[in-house]
Design a protein around this ligand. Structure first.
Ligand code: HEM
Ligand SMILES: CC(C)=CCC/C(C)=C/CC/C(C)=C/COP(=O)(O)OP(=O)(O)O
Length: 301
């Protein structure tokens, strides 16, 4: 008995290992974007009970998808410095444990969405799970350097899920938010892949900096920051957001383009790391601006 207490498998460390599989920080931003989708879907405050259930449901299923990804990629993760610490890569959790954990989270999330939100949201969320855990992780990632562009479609779904939770449909406003995250994903990921290129070379995955080199990847990052800039103007052009949002989108978009430009002209690993970190700030602030604009617009109009 004392042996098991002294071992690394005590309860808190086990809980920490399972928690790590859910990629908590990525999933937090995913859930944040879903919540913004919920608030934007209705004029006043959304039904808080339904919003809470939808948040929990999306959180559970997204965490399940992340854990499933760790299960499938354990051997690849073990080869990369960034991911070698993961409990699945280190063999601290068995395949069965990880599969059951992912299955329970996914099942619980789907049940919450079905019972307390609506079947459409449940099916869209399940489709997103399959999109990331199977289509992106198993099929696309080892297949093509466009893996993260196509796979980005599942990462872009959260505002659509939030919208569907409140309205029971998928409106054009939700599709605009989808487009923004979809176009944000390539500069987000390729900035990281540039300074982690050695990791990806070792992993054998066909990521763009490995297959097409640094310069081509940097040009793509820059081009995507331009297209993303244009897409972030759509909420204003379509009339779903006002001047406050427009100001934030121009500042944040211009800032991202400036990072893309410097990265292209004057590459360094620390700059790529800063660009990656900025991508997260960019999306967080842009979605925060959508929310603030939504509630302050009646006063500012
Ligand atoms: C297919 C799409 C995506 C790919 C390939 C991707 C890839 C990555 C990778 C490789 C990391 C590094 C994690 C680490 O530091 O170990 C990361 C971090 C992160 N990603 Fe993404 N990402 C995608 C979509 C998203 C989406 C949709 C969001 C949020 C809406 C997001 C939010 C984040 C955040 C917040 C982090 C920082 C995590 C941390 O600081 O630990 N990502 N992403
Ligand atoms: C139901 C729902 C909303 C699901 C969301 C799906 C999801 C968790 C998307 C996030 C994307 C993500 C974690 C990418 C990491 O890339 P990677 O897996 O290539 O990174 P890695 O090298 O760190 O494993």
């Amino acid at each position: 008995m004392s042996g098991s207490i002294a071992s690394s498998h005590t309860l808190p460390s086990r809980v920490a290992q399972f928690y790590a599989l859910t990629k908590p920080r990525v999933v937090q931003l995913i859930v944040f974007c879903a919540v913004i989708g919920m608030f934007l879907a209705v004029p006043g405050l959304p039904d808080l009970g339904v919003a809470l259930a939808a948040t929990a449901g999306v959180w559970l299923v997204a965490s399940a998808a992340a854990a499933f990804n760790c299960l499938v990629e354990q051997h690849i993760d073990a080869k990369m410095a960034r991911t070698a610490w993961r409990p699945t890569a280190k063999g601290q959790l068995t395949n069965t444990q990880t599969l059951v954990f992912s299955g329970v989270l996914c099942g619980a999330g789907m049940a919450v969405l079905y019972a307390l939100v609506n079947p459409l949201t449940m099916w869209l969320t399940f489709g997103t799970f399959v999109g990331y855990a199977v289509i992106y992780t198993v099929v696309l990632k080892p297949l093509t350097p466009q893996n993260i562009v196509i796979g980005g479609a599942s990462g872009a779904m959260p505002p659509v899920l939030g919208w569907a939770a409140m309205r029971g449909d998928v409106g054009p406003e939700a599709m605009i938010l989808f487009l923004i995250i979809f176009l944000w994903t390539p500069p987000h990921f390729w900035a990281l892949a540039l300074y982690r290129a050695e990791d990806y070379r070792k992993s054998g995955l066909p990521m763009l900096p490995v297959t097409h080199g640094s310069e081509f990847t940097r040009l793509n990052v820059l081009l995507y920051t331009f297209v993303l800039f244009a897409a972030t103007l759509l909420p204003f052009i379509y009339g779903m957001s006002g001047w406050l949002y427009l100001g934030a989108a121009i500042v944040l978009g211009g800032w991202f383009i400036a990072y893309g430009w410097r990265l292209w002209r004057n590459y360094s690993d620390p700059l790529a790391r800063r660009t990656f970190r900025f991508s997260i700030l960019h999306l967080s602030l842009l979605f925060a601006a959508l929310l603030i604009d939504h509630y302050t617009r009646p006063w500012l109009a």
